[in-house]
Design a protein around this ligand. Structure first.
Ligand code: ATP
Ligand code: MG
Length: 573
């Protein structure tokens, strides 16, 4: 392709709304354009990258035994009512009506549709295992679309669904997908970690997120350098010193007029925040549950909610807090709360000399010993993991980092097959509900993640596998016939060996050509100039290296072709 013909409108300045580097560069280099918040057009170069990402995913999914299909985008409400998600999915679901008033949605995910498909077709265990996947445009009316392709309202996902006879076989399918995902993200040239995750509202007990490491990532993750345990901060199991008991202290009362917050109380009493017991009342299906965590920490609502297994779970309103504590909001404490479930973070089990609300307005208790004073307390892990916290697996110290979730594998079990009645007959002729898994990859989010990891101050540095073109040939002096003839011949010959090649045949100054070359991020550049041609040479440079190599004109095509085949973006370093 010739740059005089390629439509890739570049921008000199980065658009104001683009905060993260991948968004800026994809706009500036002419890969994408915005239509509306979270809704983007892919221009020719951007679309080529999307297709390359899809090709890698398709190859590995096929290799793992999955079969590609294509499900509809528009989905009838009835199916979502059957699974119970028409209500539950909330405002993220883009709903629409047809002319007859029938309710539909634009698919944010396809569990319902795929389960409906197989329940009508699968009859026998002999038809299992089955794994079906598709590339689909998904619609989610995200509250905060952000960072360009990172969190869109319309985006492309690869989603796969596995069907097995029982839990054990389903776990094998799950493991096969995990291996396929390892292969996919490795081939895509991304530094990533599979992370044990909380499976959120989709249900299921086993789940891994594939996180690409990046400062701009939305997800907070901790990893233990000693044992390798890596998990989402909400899920990570924290270690604690079981059995360590602090010196006993006498229980006391102190007036704390108007001091309600952790900061106010610690200032008034001259104690550090970690000496306080932070007491939080939650409303779980209409009943109060009291949670207690160390003063300086936040309650991990994911862990707390899981303990309650409630349909609805939220911080209690003032009326419930006052009814539970008999005091104004701000003076709650876990001591003397009869008939209320109290769950205390387990790091506090042996704690003494703590301060908490007295369940009496303007009064706090001091010298509190959790074991002695909080009757009937349950102990559980209630914290979100952070940098320096103890690892729950080996006792090492967690290191925190941020990630971009590019893929997610879930073991679903029978959540959807049960609701929709997807069953087969087993070997004995007994009806069995199918065991399912679902496996997503954010295809368009991968473009953003790849650029976050592969760029420098001048532009993108695509990994070879997903680069829109592999080589850019740059003739420097268009008025020198030998330069033009040499460049054209290299361009033709590279194309003939199957290399995806661009030629910058625009009549521009070399400086401008190089600027654009760096911005576009093509992995290899062959520069053809008068002086080099005189000596029978051209220059070969990799986008991700500063080294420039003089290569004999007759050798350059072979050299480039072998670098492309090797998937290398370097010049053989
Ligand atoms: P997130 O926590 O980022 O909202 P999710 O848990 O909602 O993700 P899944 O339903 O598991 O995501 O979707 C599978 C994959 O689709 C995700 O791993 C992610 O890569 C991608 N994805 C999800 N939401 C978006 C979005 N709004 N824009 C782009 N990609 C997305
Ligand atoms: Mg989401």
């Amino acid at each position: 392709m010739r740059l005089t013909q390629l439509w890739s409108p570049t921008l000199k300045e980065s658009p104001k709304e683009a905060e993260v580097i991948s968004h800026q560069l994809l706009l500036r280099a002419g890969y994408i354009r915005k239509l509306a918040a979270g809704i983007y057009t892919f221009l020719p170069l951007g679309w080529r990258v999307v297709r390359k990402v899809e090709d890698v995913i398709r190859e590995e999914m096929d290799r793992a035994g999955a079969q590609e299909i294509r499900l509809p985008t528009v989905q009838p409400a009835e199916l979502w009512e059957e699974s119970g998600r028409w209500e539950k999915y909330g405002p993220e679901l883009m709903r629409l009506k047809d002319r007859k008033g029938g309710n539909f949605c634009l698919g944010p995910t396809h569990e319902e549709v795929i389960t409906d498909l197989v329940r009508g077709e699968l009859r026998s265990y002999r038809q299992l295992p089955l794994n079906l996947y598709q590339f689909q445009t998904k619609f989610r009316d995200e509250l905060r679309p952000r960072a360009g392709l990172m969190r869109g309202r319309e985006f492309i996902m690869k989603d796969a669904y596995s069907f097995d006879l029982d839990e054990e076989a389903a776990r094998e399918s799950y493991e096969r997908m995990r291996s396929a995902y390892d292969a996919i993200f490795t081939r895509l040239g991304l530094a990533f970690r599979p992370v044990e995750a909380d499976s959120g509202n989709i249900g299921g007990s086993l789940s891994h997120e594939y996180q690409v490491l990046a400062e701009t990532g939305e997800d907070a993750i901790v990893s233990c350098p000693d044992c390798g345990y890596t998990a989402n901060v909400e899920k990570a199991e924290l270690g604690f010193d079981a059995g360590s008991v602090e010196e006993p202290t006498p229980l006391g009362r102190v007036d704390t007029p108007g001091a309600r917050t952790i900061d106010e109380v610690s200032a008034m009493l001259g104690v550090t925040a970690d000496r306080l017991l932070k007491t939080l009342v939650y409303d779980a299906d209409g009943s109060p549950v009291v949670f207690v965590v160390p003063g300086g920490r936040d309650l991990n609502e994911v862990k707390a909610e899981r303990l309650c297994s409630a349909e609805s779970f939220a911080p209690a309103g003032a009326a419930m807090v006052e009814a539970v504590t008999g005091a104004a909001v701000g003076f709650a404490g876990p001591v003397g709360l009869d008939g209320v479930r109290v769950v205390v973070d387990r790091t506090l089990e042996g704690a003494a000399d703590r301060v908490c609300g007295a369940n009496e307005t303007d009064v706090h208790l001091t010298g509190v010993m959790v074991r002695r004073d909080v009757e009937g307390a349950e102990f559980a892990d209630l914290l979100e993991a952070g940098d320096g916290d103890r690892c729950g697996r080996c006792g090492g110290r967690f290191a925190a980092f941020r990630g971009i979730e590019v893929g997610h594998v879930f073991h679903l079990g029978t959540r959807y097959s049960e609701a929709l009645g997807a069953r087969v007959l087993d070997e004995e002729g007994t009806e069995v509900t199918l065991s399912m898994g679902c496996y997503g990859i954010g295809v368009t989010r991968i473009l953003a993640a790849a650029v976050e990891q592969h760029h420098d101050g001048d532009g993108i540095r695509w990994p070879m596998v997903i680069a829109p073109y592999q080589v850019l040939v740059v003739p420097l002096q268009l008025r020198d016939e030998r330069v033009v003839a040499t460049a054209e011949s290299i361009y033709e010959r590279l194309g003939a060996c199957g290399v995806e090649v661009l030629i910058d045949d625009r009549d521009l100054r070399p400086g401008n050509k190089f600027k654009d070359a760096d911005l576009l991020g093509i992995p290899l550049r062959v520069t053809v100039g008068s002086r080099g041609v005189e000596k029978g040479q051209v220059e070969l440079k990799a986008r991700d290296s500063d080294d420039v190599h003089d290569v004999a004109i007759e050798e350059v095509v072979d050299r480039v072709a072998s670098l492309v085949r090797g998937g290398l973006s370097g010049t053989g370093r």
